[in-house]
Design a protein around this ligand. Sequence first.
Ligand code: HSE
Length: 434
Amino acid sequence: MVSAEPLKVAVLGCGSVGSQVVRLLSEQSEDLAARIGAPVELVGVGVRRLDAPREVEVPEGLLTTDSAALVTRADVVVEVIGGIEPARGLILSALEHGASVVTANKALLAEDGPTLFEAAAKADRDLYYEAAVAGAIPILRPLRESLAGDRVTRVLGIVNGTTNFILDKMDTAGSGFAEALEEAQELGYAEADPTADVEGFDAAAKAAILASLAFHTRVTAADVHREGISEVTAADVASAAEMGCVVKLLAICELRRQPGGEDAVAVRVHPAMIPRSHPLASVREAYNAVFVESEAAGQLMFYGPGAGGSPTASAVLGDLVTVARNRLAATRGAGESAYADLAVLPMGETVTRYHVAIDVDDRAGVLAAVAQAFAEHGVSIQTVRQEGRDDDAQLVVVSHEATDAQLSATVEHLQRMDIVREVTSVMRVEGGAE
Ligand code: HSE
């Protein structure tokens, strides 16, 4: 049954996502009303400039530059401006004025999520943000609701489409990083300033959000160890291929049992080699995927388009329907769950494996000396391969699991050794059997 009282919706931002939200609100208004139980009325679209070019025609009189006033007269505020301010101030004001909020703002949630969650709890209103991680892919609701009875132990995500496109090109076409980035920019996958994507900031924000939900612990962007892909070379990608691996930028969120028996959380974003047999290796081009491991369910994978106006708007509209239904039922969904309050491990204590390629002199005793360097730092070697000979000899060593501190100390040690001409590639190896 559709009640007579319309639900007033304000949209903040009318860029690629906002304009698609406006389009879907209009095109699907009858279905939305039936699914919610009340008609949805778009009461305004907050923008910076009234005369900017837009993908959709916004109904007469709805565009406004006064977002501060707009949020005070809406039941649901959809924030798709991005960035920290004015988004944070507008969301807080919307909650104070009694609106429910739907946002796609990963940077804000990763930097200052607790402030928003506390404001939502105080106002007794919903704050939903499915679109903040991996675009259209439903992953936050599964972590928050579907897996709420299980124990998630690891989340591995390809959560940035730009970098996945670049690494995929490097793998399939043998391109170098610069060439692949240029192609990504020409095709509109990468921004003119690609820093947020290629240096892993975007993925780190998403990793913080995923880890917070998976482990019921507050994790902010500052807790996430971050390395981008700008240093990944064609030689790294070729070396991965020789091992039957592919290089991906991974967001890795892990639960780690500590020697004292307590759990801790490790959250990192960096390029890593994963076996081609791993489900994440098949994620091509600009697609995203999130691979979840939990004690009872086992392994789950969520796959789909992680960016773009229309896919992201799909996730926004899903949240809008949920918060609207909650309002009609005079209730709210689950708020922040941070009861576990686990410690976040520094990167040095994170456990991983390394692939190290070393140019060496090909003579007696070199392999033993290299193996000794690993042993001195307590790092066990899994495989060693030699390529070339004489002046062109290269050793490729893959370690067993060790702490990142042990592994990086080993690499520093190798770099100081006379018999080592150059350590040409160092990359973590993930997603495989030990
Ligand atoms: N720029 C991101 C990506 C999408 O390339 O996946 C928005 O988070």
